[in-house]
Write a protein that binds this ligand. Structure first.
Ligand code: UDP
Ligand code: MG
Length: 328
């Protein structure tokens, strides 16, 4: 029995959720059960009523708005507890074409991938400005570099995730899960791939991209933080090498001057050289400490994975024994 749950994070989506739900499939090739789940991220409109009226099977409710990253993770957890084998995430603004879900889940069904990201035809999207198109491309390129994957459209929210991958995902970032999950998948050795998908007509402006400069700033900070979390030694070694090299060059210059018998002592440059070398050296030490801490994180992640498995499986055992009871 393969069960697929389509999850939709929703923040004040009464206007577009109906259209989105009306296009979602109830049957899919290769899957026995298809269920729908919404995460109500503290909406103050009729999002939940609209969802109930249109037959959504599961609703995760946040009292207050907690942001997309938290909503996404709460959805993943609820899907796992509801025994999903595959989770599909999509947007409530009907941005992604629901008819492409079979294409999105095919690599998982055939066992070729654990996470599939739907790549939008960014160049052809009419309401994206040239700046936004360029930034999306640049962002995706940076994510490809940081993650060692070949994902074409990193900020895309149209994704399919296998149960095994969902159990192992973690999101530390408060703002968005999209970039972090890709880099994490790449670094944890999960097989991640992308397939081309279509998008629909524009229903409302983006809730996440309020202005391009703040979007760029947040994305760059996110990428830096993820790099620091997942490659701490490399991050701090690169960072420390800059002041260390500058300091060394300055030190060599001072030494040459000193040996050539200059009349001035050049004390300020000697002090600066020493400070720069020390800063560089300290940053390398940070790298070592951070690397040791990353070992702890990996062990914690292992414990978390085992706990999640236990939690989810005990839920399933309960369901199983209750069905057996009914049969008797
Ligand atoms: N969303 C959410 N909480 C928030 C902001 C957005 O759950 O604080 C949901 C929103 O309802 C939508 C999805 O996240 O279903 C993606 O948001 P949006 O379409 O505005 O982002 P974009 O597609 O522009 O990246
Ligand atoms: Mg959207």
């Amino acid at each position: 029995m393969t069960k697929l749950i389509i999850q939709i994070p929703c923040y004040n989506e009464e206007g577009s959720l109906e259209v989105t739900l009306s296009e979602l499939p109830r049957e899919l090739p290769g899957v026995d059960i298809v269920e729908w789940l919404i995460i109500n991220d503290g909406s103050i409109d009729k999002t939940v009523e609209v969802a109930q009226a249109h037959g959504v099977d599961h609703i995760v409710n946040f009292e207050h708005n907690q942001g997309l990253a938290k909503a996404f993770m709460a959805g993943i957890e609820a899907c796992l507890k509801a025994n999903a084998d595959i989770i599909v995430n999509t947007d409530a603004d009907n941005q992604y074409c629901a008819d492409d879900i079979p294409k999105l889940i095919e690599p998982i069904l055939s066992g070729r991938a654990e996470i599939v990201v739907g790549a939008r035809p960014i160049q052809q999207i009419k309401h994206f400005s040239p700046t936004k198109k360029f930034l999306q491309k640049l962002g995706s390129w940076v994510v490809r570099m940081a993650s060692n994957t070949k994902i074409l459209d990193a900020p895309s929210g149209f994704r399919a995730i296998s149960r095994e991958a969902a159990l192992r995902l973690n999101v530390f970032n408060e703002y968005t899960y999209t970039l972090e999950t890709i880099i994490q998948a790449g670094q944890k050795g999960m097989v991640i791939t992308s397939v081309p998908i279509r998008t629909n007509r524009y229903l409302r402006p983006s809730r996440l991209v309020k202005s391009i400069p703040s979007y760029v700033k947040r994305s760059l900070l996110t990428i830096l933080r993820i790099f620091m979390t997942y490659k701490p030694l490399r991050f701090f070694v690169i960072l420390g090498t800059i002041p260390f090299s500058l300091g060394s060059l300055l030190g060599v210059r001072w030494l040459i001057l000193f040996l050539s018998g200059t009349p001035k002592a050049h004390v300020p440059s000697l002090i600066l050289a020493a400070i720069l070398i020390l800063i560089g050296f300290q940053l390398w030490m940070f790298g070592l400490v951070a690397d040791l801490m990353a070992v702890n994180r990996k062990m914690l992640e292992d414990v978390q994975l085992r706990l999640r498995r236990l939690e989810v499986d005990s839920q399933n055992v309960k369901e199983y024994s209750s069905t057996k009871l009914v049969k008797r």
